[in-house]
Design a protein around this ligand. Structure first.
Ligand code: HMG
Ligand code: MG
Length: 285
């Protein structure tokens, strides 16, 4: 039997959140609907964050209300606090994601909290989500490098990943937020995290600033990870991570996985069509 890899599409959220001009909700809905037809089973659609912090995601409720939900596809949203969780529940998200940073500089810049404060806040959100029977995914950002603090100590990442799993996250996505990881730094970090988590509890989330993302996917595959986040069209960046480029493109990820002999269940031609539309949205900006 071939080895299966799950692709977690983050284009509508991580891909679009950094676009300066507001993209109409109807276009975000069309992109998500196109992605639903490609064979993807997990799509992160939007985030219920403060519109003062990320104006592009201010239409989260409208986007969630407008998408056509396909059976078998899970529609995730990001929730930084209890208010975001309320929005996600009202919007009937399939699951929510909470996010922490393994570095102080990015934690403060991205969510206005120290690492310690962010763990307390995330625990509160995870606990309320579980009371509402809402599955929770966790993110750790800056897993090898931080735009403010430089290299990230691997034990910080292991600490945050262990905390998220203890809160009840079913999976922790390890974010190379600024795309600076290289196979060597990634290996140090993964060895540290795999001392506290099983590979099937982890996902890889690689931005592609320096073109190392696909090499990093292969390193993570060798460490047993079988879930990877990516953005169609290679869209992306984070408003609070200066210099961060897009996520690894879903088309490139899927093509590489197929070439390596993994199955994904994704139709590459349909994905490329969605990629062209995603790039048009960005170029329209
Ligand atoms: P704060 O300013 O400390 O908190 O922000 P606040 O409670 O004072 O809220 C500020 C204003 O936002 C208030 O409005 C709140 O009501 C409102 P005002 O009273 O001034 O009119 N507000 C909200 N509105 C809507 N929905 C909400 C919400 N919460 C507060 N949920 C906060 C703290 C966490 C809210 C803010 O820092 C924030 O929203 N940050 C999110 C930043 C973000 O979305 N970053 C990108 C996603 S993370 C990422 O991309 C990394 C990832 O891809 C992995 C990787 O690559 O590493 C996941
Ligand atoms: Mg990201």
């Amino acid at each position: 039997m071939q080895d299966h890899v799950t692709v977690f599409e983050v284009g509508p959220r991580d891909g679009l959140q950094n676009e300066a001009n507001l993209i109409p909700a109807r276009d975000k809905i069309s992109l998500t609907d196109m992605l639903s037809e490609t064979g993807l089973s997990r799509i992160e659609v939007t985030s219920f964050v403060s519109p003062k912090w990320v104006p592009q995601m201010g239409d989260a409720a409208e986007v969630m209300a407008g998408i056509s939900r396909k059976e078998g596809v899970r529609y995730a949203v990001l929730t930084p606090n209890l208010r975001g969780l309320e929005g996600a529940i009202a919007a009937k998200a399939s699951e929510v994601a909470i996010f922490l940073s393994a570095s102080e500089g990015f934690s403060k810049a991205n969510i206005n909290a120290t690492m310690a404060e962010s763990v307390m806040r995330a625990r509160e959100v995870a606990s309320a989500a579980m009371d509402a029977n809402m599955p929770v995914r966790g993110y750790v950002s800056c897993v090898t490098d931080c735009p403010y603090d430089g290299p990230t100590p691997p034990h910080n990442v292991a600490f945050m990943a262990e905390a998220l799993l203890a809160m009840g996250c079913y999976e922790v996505s390890l974010g190379d937020t600024i795309g600076k990881a290289v196979p060597r730094s990634l290996t140090y970090m993964l060895d540290s995290v795999l001392a506290v988590a099983r590979p099937d509890q982890l996902a890889g989330h690689f931005h592609d600033t320096d073109g190392h993302a696909l090499a990093n996917v292969e390193v993570a595959l060798d460490h047993g990870l079988r879930v990877f986040d990516s953005a169609v069209g290679g869209l992306g960046g984070c408003p609070y991570a200066p210099g961060a480029a897009g996520n690894v493109a879903t088309e490139a990820l899927v093509a590489r996985l197929h070439a390596l002999g993994y199955t994904t269940g994704i139709d590459l031609a349909k994905l490329e069509e969605a990629g062209r539309f995603a790039i048009e949205l960005r170029e329209g900006n």
